[in-house]
Design a protein around this ligand. Structure first.
Ligand SMILES: *Cc1c(COP(=O)(O)O)cnc(C)c1O
Length: 373
């Protein structure tokens, strides 16, 4: 990885903004515990830096998606409580060795964890139970959840430490499924009166305190994404931006006669135009669906992307940008104060979650500590 000063494309992560977002959520969710969701390399931002920062802020409970992510996080944070959302698969031994708490999603998994507890005989093994309340994705059915609550033999050798469910539509505050799932989950958690309960993702924390229960599981809000569906409106985002993406101009050319730009000749040029070629492309997660469809900024000047996004490059119409501000080496802002991660994602036809997790490893990554605002 070359140093940031000479890198063609730079991903900046503001760890102080991350910390402030964390504290904001802690305030919001009080007295519930905040457990950071750091799956998929902390939504593409870098697990080590993100998890260490959150640990320093006092976050003690983390959620990852896979066993592999859990093992990586365990090496970074020997004392953390780590839940693995995708459950045991067939590697229960690794969960014991690395002290990971599986989120059990089926009765078969529950049985496997019971057998593991019996085989290791080292006292009860902790487990979270995921009960599906309407998303039909992961988790026991409510009937199965109820059986577990009524039949103590199903949890012999285990200590249920969390019962959880997940909302399908929390990012749409008025969606009727929110209150429906809340009602279902309230029933489910009543079957397990001595077990901590968790329902809320980022959006649900901000939606209403009714969703907080004992523990909340924010992901995107920590990373500055807009928790709600109207995410392109940065003014309504209660979270602070964490991520910046910029890239540098490789070449600037004058196109004086009519012609086209880029693969597929999708952008036509009729009048004299200056085109800047910039070192970022779909290989960096700058998605090809952004072709001819977004703006970026150079020194705050909005500049349209023309032509298709290539693997390593994009092309901009910089006719309106003063020449001294747009030379080889000049910086172009793709995500920053002038364009939020949600706006860029919307232009690409997707959401901030996908944009962030697609950013990839080619950027020079700069983890900075901003001054307090
Ligand atoms: C990813 C995930 C979260 C975090 O969701 P955000 O919308 O990013 O806050 C919470 N719970 C579960 C089960 C998840 O899979």
């Amino acid at each position: 990885m070359c140093p940031a000063e000479t890198a063609p494309a730079i991903l900046t992560v503001d760890l102080d903004a991350l910390a402030r977002n964390y504290r904001r959520l802690v305030e919001k969710a009080k007295p519930a515990v905040v457990a950071a969701v750091v799956k998929a390399d902390a939504y593409g931002l870098g697990l080590a830096e993100v998890a260490t920062t959150l640990w320093e802020e006092g976050n003690r409970v983390f959620f990852v998606a896979t066993l592999g992510e859990g093992v990586t996080l365990r090496c970074l944070l020997p004392e953390a409580t780590i839940y693995v959302l995708e459950g045991l698969f067939d590697a229960p031994g690794a969960f014991v060795v690395h002290r990971l708490v599986p989120v059990l999603n089926t009765l078969e998994e529950l049985a496997l964890w019971r057998e593991t507890a019996a085989a290791t005989g080292r006292g009860p093994l902790p487990a979270a139970l995921h009960v599906d309340t309407g998303m039909n994705r992961l988790g026991l059915s409510p009937a199965e959840g109820r059986r577990v609550s009524q039949d103590p033999s199903l949890t012999i050798g285990l200590e249920l430490v969390l019962v959880m469910s997940h909302l399908a539509c929390a990012d749409e505050p008025h969606h009727p499924m929110n209150t429906e799932q809340l009602r279902h989950f309230t029933e489910v958690r009543a079957w397990f009166p001595h077990v901590k309960a968790s329902l809320a993702n980022s959006a649900a924390i901000l939606l209403s305190p009714a969703y907080a229960f004992d523990l909340v599981r924010p992901g995107i809000a920590l990373y500055g994404g807009h928790p709600f569906f109207d995410g392109t409106n940065a003014a309504t985002n209660p979270m602070e931006p964490v991520v910046g993406v910029s890239a540098r101009v490789l070449q600037v050319r004058n196109v004086d006669s009519p012609g086209t730009v880029g693969y597929g000749a999708t952008a036509r040029i009729e009048k004299p135009t200056r085109i800047a070629t910039v070192a970022v492309g779909y290989g960096d997660g700058f998605q090809r669906t952004l072709s001819n469809r977004t703006i970026v900024t150079i020194d705050g000047i909005r500049t349209p992307l023309v032509g298709r996004v290539s693997m390593d490059m994009i092309t901009l119409d910089v006719s309106a940008v003063p020449a001294e501000k747009c030379r080889p080496g000049s910086y172009v802002d793709l995500v920053g104060p002038f364009q939020s991660v949600d706006e860029l994602a919307a232009a690409a036809g997707t959401i901030s979650y996908e944009l962030l997790t697609a950013l990839g490893r080619r950027y020079a990554r700069v983890y900075r500590r901003s001054a307090r605002p």
